[in-house]
Design a protein around this ligand. Structure first.
Ligand code: PGA
Length: 260
């Protein structure tokens, strides 16, 4: 059984003090911890430590980072390493987000190295893949997803992949208010699962969580989670307000009954 995972990607939002105020309010508004859903937030690096302290040792929200570099340490001005994130209490690290690929020129070979480094240090990568509007309209969505998957994960063993989460994030849906339909998301998740089964094994395909990301809101989360192909969500804009994040968490904590 894959447990639903809801991750709030704060992107470049909230100072450390704003983050602390947000977390304090969120803790009061969240539903009781549930075994059906796991919650995580990925604040900017500058707020990781204060968020961890504000959450407290036993609060059931995991901490994630939004990026990292592929070396342990060294002369890499401006970068942050896996051991640094691990030491701050991060469980997850988002890698290969389309904003990193498009705005900062990240390539698949670098993402591949980052994934290896995350595994080496016991961080769980959330690998983002997704097609552009042009690629979707050109009918190459499946090819693009399969290629991004292979380029990012080539050579990794079954065992390493046990701690991998994939986020299907169509570029055209991110921050646009135009989420993929459930059918579009399910089709993409099936393509990804099929590629995992062929290249690794049916067990890897079955056990890997695949999240959907791109304009997820309190209004569409329930229908997205109604498919057992969609194991949760990576959420940008809607996780920046306590109200909408708490509502999404509440909806996601209802045990799922329907499978598509
Ligand atoms: P969005 O962002 O929810 O604001 O569309 C999602 C993401 O970039 O992960």
């Amino acid at each position: 059984m894959r447990r639903v995972l809801i991750v709030g990607n704060w992107k470049m939002n909230k100072t450390a003090s704003e983050a602390v105020a947000f977390v304090r309010e969120l803790k009061e508004r969240l539903p009781a911890p549930s075994t059906t859903v796991e919650l995580a937030v990925a604040p900017p690096f500058t707020a990781l430590e204060s968020v961890r302290i504000a959450l407290g040792p036993s609060f059931p929200i995991q901490l994630g980072a939004q990026n990292m570099f592929w070396e342990d340490s060294g002369a890499y001005t401006g970068e942050v390493s896996a051991p640094m994130l691990k030491d701050l209490g991060c469980r997850y690290v988002i890698l290969g987000h389309s904003e990193r690929r498009i705005l900062f020129g990240e390539q698949s070979d670098g993402i591949h190295k980052k994934i290896r480094m995350a595994f080496k240090h016991g961080l769980r990568p959330i690998l983002c893949i997704g097609e552009s509007l042009e690629q979707r309209e050109g009918g190459t969505t499946d090819t693009v997803l399969t290629r991004q998957l292979h380029e990012s994960l080539s050579g990794l063993t079954h065992d390493a992949l046990a701690n991998l989460t994939i986020a299907y994030e169509p570029v055209w849906a991110i921050g646009t208010g135009k989420a993929a339909t459930v059918d579009q998301a399910v089709a993409a998740h099936r393509t990804i699962r099929q590629a995992l089964a062929v290249t690794w094994s049916p067990q890897v395909a079955d056990s890997t969580r695949i999240l959907y990301g791109g304009s997820v809101t309190p209004q569409n989360i329930e229908s997205l989670l109604s498919s057992d192909q969609i194991d949760g969500a990576l959420i940008g804009g809607a996780c920046l307000q306590v109200d909408s994040f708490a509502t999404i968490a509440r909806i996601a904590s209802v045990p799922r009954s329907i499978g598509v």
